[in-house]
Write a protein that binds this ligand. Structure first.
Ligand code: G4P
Length: 547
């Protein structure tokens, strides 16, 4: 991409044929940050963007975010509750490496969206608050990464504040996540006694004062380091650093890439401490784009033909552009603006004339992209989550799931004249993945399903703000939803006929069985062994299948 990446420096197609030159996709690092709310994800994102030159001033992510938030109510909810419910992509380039940072919502209510975003990354940074250790949401997100073997580097944040003993944190990561740890950057003191960090691999010390980097060729034994730290701080630090180096696994790049070992960097996002080390680590060791699973086998990034999949759709991203943006992760080939790609689900060609990429909260046109890159394609509903785009091929990428909702509500419209607006809003927001929308076989009320109740607040607020319809939600007698299917089409039809009151259709027309609780579910499952009741369904978007 002309603006996205200095491909002249990192290898255009011509450059990549030179012996030893990297191919453009090899310079891509597509990653996400996973953390519990408040651990410091926003602050770290900002420092990474600063360091990559994507923003110029500390506070820009936040202040831009606030500016945008002020314009829409649902962002207001986000602000009031201090959580981040949107996800977007941020692209920046440093020293010939193109970083694509995909933002994931931090709140557990949005796990489905997060899951899908994690299908589009090749590695992740796990941010842990040094005072809190592993928290609930960190663990959940970690489990998702493990399912997909996503390599993780850990950043233990806020070491400039009083926190827990670093050894305790390392042991907790090992015990709770069943993961080997390899300390890479070690803190010297904490809180008021914080002196800086020691890079155990490079043997250099980063001072907390103005003079940030001081190299000590003599490593831990260097008398200058001893003098700089003072006797007692040095003694404590030396013992700890030795123990850290000896008591834990050495960094093994292969084990990291397979997801068995996490290197650990202690630092401070707020003070911009060791953030550069984290970024160096990602550049040097984080995997370049990995082969992606598809129904014709893994698709390698080195393949010549362009391919990619939609992992997220967002409506009304910017009130100035009332459009829908589909986020596409490229998996192979060299995409150029204006290219006609095959939209596999519909079998139609799609001319991509306005592909956009994102820097912080800004968007601009991009000319080209390679495997690992993420672009936004504005469209009017053609592109859906799970869609595959190719250059004349007809396979589909696999592995994007939808989860059965845990909270079901009937939508009540305050003003029946606003039915059209409501329908449009529900369709758009379901397509984004914010909620799932079901239509009963009998009756006309929509039922919405969410993973957590916070999504309902966001839904009501967005429908009011963006579609000008006021809605409220009523409880329904169901708490459990399962997609149903059967080997025999006849058996499925019969089951649906017998249980009309309990069967609804999801947005794509797939039948869903609703019941009161797990007991009811077990009961019906026992009575109908020929029907499969699925808590997840793969988003394959294959037209009429299963309907
Ligand atoms: P999140 O996106 O993961 O939810 O966390 P965020 O970056 O918003 O950080 C949560 C709070 O932790 C913020 O304080 C932030 O300034 C603070 N913080 C982040 N990194 C560090 C660090 O390295 N050291 C210290 N001491 N604090 C850190 P806040 O008071 O909630 O917000 P603000 O008023 O500072 O914006």
């Amino acid at each position: 991409m002309s603006t996205l990446a200095s491909d002249a420096a990192t290898g255009s197609d011509a450059a990549s044929t030179r012996p030893g030159a990297r191919r453009p996709y090899e310079t891509r690092r597509t990653f996400a940050i996973i953390s519990h709310p408040d651990a410091g994800k926003t602050t770290l994102t900002e420092k990474l963007l600063l360091s990559g030159g994507a923003i110029e001033m500390a506070g820009a992510v936040r202040s831009k975010g606030n500016g945008r938030r002020a314009k829409s109510d649902w962002m207001e909810i986000e602000k009031n509750r201090g959580i981040s419910v949107t996800s977007s992509v941020m692209t920046f380039e440093k020293d010939g490496i193109n970083f694509n940072l995909l933002d994931t919502p931090g709140h557990s209510d949005f796990s489905e969206d997060t899951y899908r975003t994690l299908t589009a990354v090749d590695s992740a940074i796990m941010v842990i608050d040094a005072a809190k250790g592993i928290e609930a949401q960190t663990k959940k997100l970690f489990e998702i990464c493990r399912l997909r073997d996503i390599p993780i580097v850990t950043f233990v944040n806020k070491i400039d504040r009083e926190g827990r003993d670093p050894f305790e944190i390392l042991d907790e990561i090992e015990a709770e996540l069943a993961l080997s740890v390899a300390p890479m950057v070690w803190p010297v003191g904490q809180g008021g006694l914080f002196k800086g960090c020691y890079d155990l691999a490079k043997n250099d010390f980063l001072f907390a004062g103005n003079d940030r980097t001081q190299h000590y060729a003599g490593g831990l034994d260097d008398p200058a380091l001893q003098a700089a730290l003072g006797e007692s701080a040095y003694a404590g630090f030396r013992d700890a650093a030795e123990l850290a180096a000896e008591g834990y696994a050495d960094f093994d790049p292969a084990a990291y890439r397979q997801g068995h070992l996490t290197p650990v960097v202690f630092g401070s996002a707020l003070q911009n401490f060791a953030v550069d080390r984290l970024m160096d680590f990602i550049a040097e060791h984080a995997p370049e784009p990995r082969p992606q699973p598809s129904d014709r086998g893994p698709v390698a990034p080195s393949e010549d033909k362009v391919s990619g999949f939609v992992f997220k759709v967002q409506a009304n991203m910017d009130p100035k552009h009332r459009d829908r943006v589909a986020f596409v992760r490229f998996c192979s080939g060299h995409f150029k603006r204006g290219m006609k790609l095959d939209h596999v689900r519909s079998g139609k060609a799609l001319a991509v004339s306005n592909p956009i990429y994102f820097v912080a909260q800004e968007r601009s046109l991009t000319e080209e992209a390679y495997a690992g890159d993420v672009i936004g394609i504005p469209n009017h509903g053609t592109l859906q989550v799970g869609d595959t785009l190719t250059e004349g091929e007809s396979f589909r990428f696999t592995g994007l799931p939808a989860f059965a909702p845990e909270v079901l509500r009937r939508v009540r419209l305050e003003d029946s004249m606003k039915l059209k607006q409501l329908r449009r809003g529900l369709e758009d927001l379901a397509q984004e993945g914010l909620v799932q929308v079901f239509r009963p076989t009998i009756g006309s009320d929509w039922i919405v399903g969410v993973v957590g109740p916070l999504q309902l607040d966001v839904l009501a607020s967005r429908i009011a703000g963006e579609y000008k319809a006021d809605v409220s939600f009523e409880p329904v007698q169901y708490n459990v939803a399962r997609w149903i299917r059967a080997d025999s089409e006849q058996a499925l039809k019969e089951f649906i006929r017998e249980n009309t009151m309990n069967v609804v259709r999801d947005r794509d027309g797939w039948p869903v069985y609703l019941c009161k609780d797990d007991w009811d579910l077990r009961y019906i499952m026992n009575r109908h062994k020929d029907i499969a009741f699925d808590a997840t369904r793969e988003i394959v978007q294959q037209g009429d299948a299963g309907k």
